[in-house]
Design a protein around this ligand. Sequence first.
Ligand SMILES: [Zn+2]
Length: 271
Amino acid sequence: MTTRYLRLLATLTLATCTLVQLGGCASSPLGRSQLVLFPESRLAEMGTLAYQDLRTQTPASTDGRANDYVSCVANAIIDANPELSKQPWEITLFDSDQANAFALPGGKLGVYTGMLGVAENQDQLAAVIGHEFAHVVAQHGNERVSTSFATQTGLQIAAIAAGGASETKNQLFSLLGVGAEVGIALPFGRAQETESDLIGLDYMAKAGFRPSEASNLWRNMSKQQGGNTQPSFLSTHPAAEDRIQRLDERTVSAEVLATNARRAGRSPNCG
Ligand SMILES: [Zn+2]
């Protein structure tokens, strides 16, 4: 594993030297300009490596019913959105009390059993999963890796690569947005989180889930935690009131998507 990560880092560094000169400006699905330097295939490789590693660290849940529930919600969203269904997705329910979830380039989704205690119904779970899918489609991992390599942090990562494999690995994890899960506080940026909230809302709506439950999820999390003791999933994301307001504003248009989806026969019933 060590050698693979070092080789990956070396390739990324070389690629940056070439690509920075060519420029790498792209636009997110909501029109925000992004620095995206690496081919999707490279990010898919990184995502797959990170996923394999996480799977060796955290056991998968053996609860058949819970696994079916998560797969049912995730597959309903995938099937309803061509941006997602263009590739196969591997779905894992991790046995961990963390109220967390993540998705990675390369078609990988991870949900932690702790999230099932916070998301009160299938629609709230759909909001979480839609949000994580949106990070991948909007290339937020690529953006973070690109920005990192175009700045001093990239040099630091290259230096770490020469010295310690586990630190290197953790850096890659956090750039891909699984930082919170492995205990490193390097979340996606505020703009990326907001973007994923809104894109994710449309994803769940197009699958026929109830968009109004997205903001309810955040109300629940906020209520459940209170005070300053936020769970990692919440602390790495925008302030609860901000995101609730933005989600509520977009819920009107999302309801139209959901109504159309149900008319077209998309009425998920995952339990
Ligand atoms: Zn997020």
